[in-house]
Ligand binder design. Structure first.
Ligand code: THU
Length: 134
């Protein structure tokens, strides 16, 4: 997942995953696709709830699916929202990702498939993780 076509394909997978978003309250659908250390890819979408705090973001849906299948290392995640603005992960998702792979890359995309690549360590500088407690 290093060349441009791989990244474009990962973003396309995130856009496809966005199609399953359940977002009746915000009307903002989000899709994500994460590449694991072994090259496998898991996708996710946001899932809202009538009790608003119960909702989950697309990134955590994708990573929870992967972790529940035994994956613990992530190279890159693509995230895309249903707007012209490029979607960056929320604070909770940044922390959730940081737990497993502080050095991973994040592709922040918009509804047209355009994206910026940003390191998670830039999105969450001085993050608190497992090594912080050593
Ligand atoms: N959302 C995500 O799924 N990922 C993000 O990175 C930003 C926000 C979702 C949560 C909620 O369902 C909707 O977008 C509006 O905040």
């Amino acid at each position: 997942m290093n060349d441009m076509s791989d990244k474009t394909a990962l973003m396309a997978a995130a856009q496809k995953a966005r199609g399953a978003a359940y977002a009746p309250y915000s009307g903002f659908s989000v899709g994500a696709a994460v590449v694991c250390g072994d090259g496998s890819v898991y996708t996710g979408c946001n899932i809202e709830n009538a009790s608003y705090p119960c909702g989950i973001c697309a990134e955590r849906t994708a990573v929870a699916k992967a972790v529940s299948e035994g994956k613990r290392e992530f190279r890159m995640i693509a995230v895309t929202g249903s707007s012209a603005e490029k979607c960056t992960p929320c604070g909770i998702c940044r922390q959730f990702l940081y737990e497993f792979s502080p050095d991973m890359s994040v592709l922040c995309g918009n509804d047209a498939g355009e994206y910026d690549e940003i390191k998670l360590s830039e999105l969450l500088p001085c993050g608190f993780g497992a090594s912080s407690m050593e």
